[in-house]
Design a protein around this ligand. Structure first.
Ligand SMILES: [Zn+2]
Length: 304
């Protein structure tokens, strides 16, 4: 999720909002990056958001954190063609960085598309066992109102599908914009730092590897290697970046599997530094390794 600093920043930003709305908009900066015709990446609302404008209205992929929903709506409205109504919102998974605009847009009549598992998580309170963080279920109006299991396509040709490997949660989806050759993948790929391994709602290290392989094959299914891959966190990735990530996470997965087979535990896995050669570029991997190992227990233990 977010760091203590990020949390303090958001709390400060929220406090500013109570006093003076203009102070809030100064504290929160949402940047806009064109991705292709009528397609934009909005960064800074808590997680990357993609907006596609068009004659039929606006499609959003993810909605940032709830406390940033008003600022995000302003940024979307400021896009060329952005004054139109948002008719469709995708939730790439249930996390708050993706679902913070659900209530606002659900109340305005938008179709909110998610995998059925994402809807199920959003209908219940969740508490992560590793840090005690709590997430409150969303009100009915904010829950996804169009769910699917496998794949689908919008009238505009935008395709979406289930990343069934459980890379990050058990409800990850991708959205592909064929006209711009842009593939949104939520947190199934990270653009910066080590991923959160949310094994409580189904994510696991084996799924990270499988999900990245699936992303690669979806990105290549159009016959070229130029697809832009947009993660929920960090900068836009290339197919080559995804291939490198498959290699790295595959190596780490193999090492953890070997330790599991030798009867080792999470603390021993952390001490063995199985991601050592990547830490210079990626940062300290201890937390990632601990949760990855726990995710193996969750998936591979005989009594799981
Ligand atoms: Zn996430």
């Amino acid at each position: 999720m977010f760091s203590a600093n990020r949390r303090e920043f958001l709390q400060t930003a929220a406090a500013c909002l109570a006093v003076a709305p203009q102070a809030f908009s100064q504290a929160l900066t949402i940047t806009t990056l064109p991705l292709g015709d009528n397609l934009y990446l909005l960064a800074g609302a808590g997680g990357n958001v993609i907006a596609r404008t068009g004659a039929d209205g606006i499609v959003l992929v993810d909605g940032g954190l709830a406390q940033n929903a008003a600022a995000l709506a302003q940024s979307v409205a400021a896009l060329p063609g952005g004054s139109a109504k948002v008719h469709t919102l995708f939730n790439t998974h249930w996390h708050p960085e993706q679902t913070g605009s659900n209530e606002r847009l659900g109340a305005a009549g938008a179709t909110i598309i998610a995998h059925e598992n994402t809807r199920l998580w959003l209908q219940q309170d969740i508490r992560w066992p590793w840090n005690g963080q709590k997430f409150t279920k969303l009100p009915k109006i904010a829950q996804p109102n169009k769910t699917f299991y496998d794949k689908g396509v919008l009238d505009s040709g935008i395709r979406y599908g289930y990343i069934s490997d459980a890379a990050h949660t058990d409800g990850d989806l991708y959205v592909y914009f064929p006209q711009q050759n842009v593939l949104a993948v939520g947190d199934a790929a990270y653009g910066t730092g080590w991923p959160v391994v949310d094994w409580w709602t189904g994510g696991w290290i084996g799924g990270i590897v499988g999900g990245l392989q699936r992303i690669e094959s979806v990105a290549l299914s159009n016959g070229n290697r130029e697809t832009k891959i947009v993660p929920a966190h960090g900068p836009v990735l290339s197919v080559a970046d995804i291939v490198a990530q498959v290699d790295m996470y595959g190596t780490i997965y193999d090492r953890l599997n070997q330790m599991l087979n030798k009867g080792r535990g999470p603390s021993e896995a952390v001490e063995a530094k199985p991601a050592k050669e990547y830490e210079g570029k990626m940062g300290n991997a201890d937390e990632f390794i601990r949760h990855s190992f726990e995710s193996l227990w969750a998936y591979l233990s005989p009594d799981a």
